[in-house]
Ligand binder design. Structure first.
Ligand code: GLU
Length: 417
């Protein structure tokens, strides 16, 4: 894998690039480069062995021109403040691009959750959220899950928060378990959104999805549901992989079966009806129409970008392409649906859940899915049309420019600049 760039430096470099497309002043760039607020909290916690350990957490509130800060909280041993700041900036762009009534935020706790007992995990989650409680709120900052956090963690957050503020504001976090007023559809929403973007891109660029071949790297929540919907809609998913390796069958994989095998054995490699096994590197270079990297960041670099054969790349993961790969693929005419558009299904469903919480549970699961599809499609069409008008601008910059334009208009109207 390529040398990791500092994520915050990368986010600022991208901002500058998009700002030059929009002709924004240095003053505006300066305002957008720095989060409005970064909260650091210290979480001392008594571990099961009786010893006290101190954990550090952050919440970065990047921009609120369009509404309350929105974005997930990740638990990871390598989380840094710089990473959380960068991710909060990307959330501002993501929410603006999808035209959600939100700004951007992101949180993180530097911890390896796999090394905690369940009691420790609950205690850490409650303490972190208690420390943040005066900085979040249904109309202020609305967290959600991210890497290694899940609906159960959200349930602990809500419970802690309700006890502190003495108001039953379930809508302060999203992607809650459905019993606690989350939506069942939240689990499939990111993968579904990826599938919608692939479907719409295929309509524009390949004349339709029917029979088109697809390779998907990563068979977790995002990759497996994207595969499921795309195969239901008539595409031929020919290759998938997880961290242990990949499989290929040019006649198309039976996705329901692959999902079952993955669930039962933990690896797609145990699916038997295959022509060939693949490494993750080979999967990226396979002969397909659409490639969906839905695993980790930085997998397509200057080294393998020249060998990518797909005509469309849909970024299910965050940041799967390095900046150099972006450039090479843009020059080669590969259409890229960038992460802030392609994987926005999760936050879009979070918005629907938040609206539903405020309406006392009015929406059905069907309403939620319809709305998700519509939102993703509209955002795709706007993005695509913008790219047609500005064919000189690469796809990532185009998506960010479109988002930044909205944020800047709001800041101007509000008299911030
Ligand atoms: N963590 C997800 C993201 O990066 C979801 C955020 C949310 O639902 O607020 O988009």
């Amino acid at each position: 894998m390529a040398k990791q760039l500092d994520p915050y430096e990368m986010a600022v470099a991208q901002l500058k690039k998009a700002a030059s497309v929009l002709g924004l002043s240095d003053e505006i760039i300066e305002i957008l480069a720095v989060p409005e607020r970064v909260i650091q909290v210290k979480i001392p916690m008594k571990m099961d062995n009786g010893k006290t350990k101190v954990f550090i957490g952050w919440r970065s509130q990047h921009n609120s021109a369009l509404g309350p800060y929105k974005g997930g909280i990740r638990y990871h041993p390598n989380v840094t403040m710089s990473e959380v700041m960068a991710l909060s900036m990307w959330m501002t762009w993501k929410c603006a691009l999808l035209e959600l009534p939100y700004g951007g935020g992101k949180g993180g706790v530097k911890v390896d959750p796999k090394k905690l007992s369940r009691r420790e995990l609950e205690d850490l989650s409650r303490k972190y959220f208690a420390a943040l409680s005066r900085f979040v709120g249904i109309d202020w900052d609305i967290p959600a899950p991210d890497v290694y956090t899940d609906p159960q963690v959200m349930a602990w957050y809500v419970d802690e928060y309700i006890n502190i503020i003495r108001k039953m504001e379930f809508g302060v976090v999203t992607a809650k378990p459905d019993i606690l007023w989350g939506l069942k559809a939240r689990v499939i929403s990111t993968g579904y959104g990826v599938a919608v973007v692939a479907r719409e891109a295929a309509k524009k660029i390949l004349g339709g999805l029917e029979g088109r071949t697809i390779a998907i790297q990563g068979f977790g929540n995002v990759g497996s549901f994207a595969a499921k919907f795309l195969s239901e809609w008539g595409a031929r998913v020919v290759a998938v992989s997880d961290s242990k390796g990949g499989i290929l069958n040019n006649r198309g994989l039976n996705i329901e079966e692959v999902i079952r095998i993955k669930r039962e054995t933990g690896a797609v490699l145990n699916y038997e009806d295959v022509e060939k096994k693949l490494t993750n590197e080979e999967l990226l270079e396979s002969e397909v129409d659409i490639l969906i990297p839905a695993a980790i960041e930085g997998v397509i670099t200057k080294d393998n970008a020249p060998r990518i054969k797909a005509r469309i790349i849909v970024e299910g993961a965050n940041g799967p392409l390095t900046p150099e790969a972006d450039e090479i693929l843009f020059k080669r005419g590969v259409f890229i649906a960038p992460d802030i558009l392609a994987n926005a299904g999760g936050v879009t469903m979070s918005w629907i859940e938040w609206v539903n919480n405020r309406m006392g549970g009015w929406l059905s699961e069907e309403d939620a899915m319809r709305k998700l599809d519509e939102k993703m499609m509209n955002a795709f069409v706007k993005f695509y049309n913008y790219c047609q008008r500005r064919s000189d601008v690469d796809y990532r910059t185009a998506a960010q420019a479109l988002a930044i334009e909205r944020v800047v208009s709001a800041m101007k109207l509000r008299g911030w600049i």
